[in-house]
Design a protein around this ligand. Structure first.
Ligand SMILES: C[S@@+](CC[C@H](N)C(=O)[O-])C[C@H]1O[C@@H](n2cnc3c(N)ncnc32)[C@H](O)[C@@H]1O
Length: 332
């Protein structure tokens, strides 16, 4: 999987984050102790992943990273859950002084029940490890004047709106097509003085973007408590705390909002049709993503009762569907 981030488990084509047993910061501390490393990669089945991970740690691995071994999307895990892919590649990272032949032999002996479908090893320089991780989170240009910039990078255009977002446990580093589509949509709206709702806020990236682009107030809501924590952190990092209201329930939204952006998935978006109609004011704008191109018709049908379709945009196989709430002024 090219460009994978080895520190957490991130599969960019999917929405899966899985934290390692030790926090990222502890792991970076461990990494700093060695100049070079030995990586032992083992492919196994989901059911055997924990056994392999434990065996690697028992043999002295400094960390284990789990990634999708094939190409199996897990689109949206339930809050607090981190389901594994059917085939998992587990990378144990050892100090460079470890003997790869001996380690491979010991692993084979320890896992004699055929838990290993493939095994390989390679050396990695400490700086290379750091670079691989950082390369995965380079600044990303969304539109002429909007960038997502990891906090350890320089903003390529200091005059632009630069969202300082760090990858964390909640979804939303900006690199997924659906987030990019929502950010592009927000960048085209007149947000000045508007009240916005980011429904399913994840990292809060869309809320932070709306606040940085002039929204007076941005409500954020997510069913996952980790997302609300991440949203507060990203609001602080971007100095927009005063504009952002973090809600534990969507009933905490006061009054009607002018714009609602939701990057969730088809099923919840279909269920939320009525709720979104209640939350949006007349002529309010809706930007929905998280649906695949072949699902957009279903979505459009569900929203056609109370909303007037405005545009559909596409990136990779993902779609953003935008609409306006049927208000008094239909032709505007
Ligand atoms: C794909 S992530 C989007 C995160 C972020 N808004 C972005 O665009 O990058 C979807 C988020 O919606 C949340 N979510 C899923 N179903 C939801 C629901 N019914 N109500 C509120 N949030 C929901 C998930 O917990 C997750 O954080």
């Amino acid at each position: 999987m090219p460009g994978a981030a080895p520190i957490f488990i991130i599969w960019k084509k999917s929405w899966v984050y899985r934290e390692l047993p030790v926090s990222v910061f502890n792991r970076c501390g461990v990494l700093a102790m060695y100049d070079d490393y030995l990586l032992l990669k083992i492919t196994t089945k989901r059911e055997k992943a924990e056994t392999v991970e434990t065996a690697l740690l028992e043999l002295g691995a400094l960390s284990c990273t789990l990634q999708d071994a094939v190409d199996t999307p897990i689109h949206e895990p339930a809050p607090g859950q981190a389901p594994l892919w059917p085939d998992v590649e587990i990378t144990g990272m050892f100090p460079d002084t470890a003997d790869s032949t001996l380690l491979s032999h010991l692993m084979e002996r320890q896992l004699a029940g055929g838990d290993i479908s493939a095994m390989s090893s390679k050396k990695l320089q400490g700086q290379e490890w750091e670079r691989v991780w950082m390369d995965d989170f380079a600044p990303l240009q969304i539109s002429d004047n909007l960038w997502v910039v990891p906090s350890f990078c320089e903003a390529p255009d200091p005059q632009a709106v630069n969202l300082m977002i760090d990858p964390g446990l909640a979804f939303g580093s900006g690199t997924h097509a659906t987030t990019t589509l929502c950010l592009r949509w927000l960048a085209k709206q007149d947000l000045s003085g508007k009240v916005v709702l980011d429904y399913g806020c994840g990292s809060g990236i869309l809320a932070v973007a709306a606040a940085c682009m002039g929204a007076a107030k941005v409500y954020t809501y997510d069913i996952d408590p980790q997302a609300l924590t991440a949203t507060v952190e990203n609001a602080e990092r971007n100095n927009v705390v005063e504009q952002i209201v973090v809600c534990k329930k969507d009933t905490e939204v006061i009054g009607k909002v002018d714009l609602l952006v939701a990057n969730i998935l088809l099923r919840p978006l279909l269920d939320l049709t009525g709720r979104f109609a209640q939350l949006l004011g007349d002529d309010g704008r809706l930007g929905l993503s998280g649906v695949l191109s072949e699902q957009v018709e279903l979505l459009a049908n569900a929203y056609s009762g109370e909303f007037q379709h405005c545009e559909t945009s596409m990136l990779d196989q993902w779609v953003l569907y935008s609409a306006k709430k049927q208000g008094k002024n239909l032709s505007a």
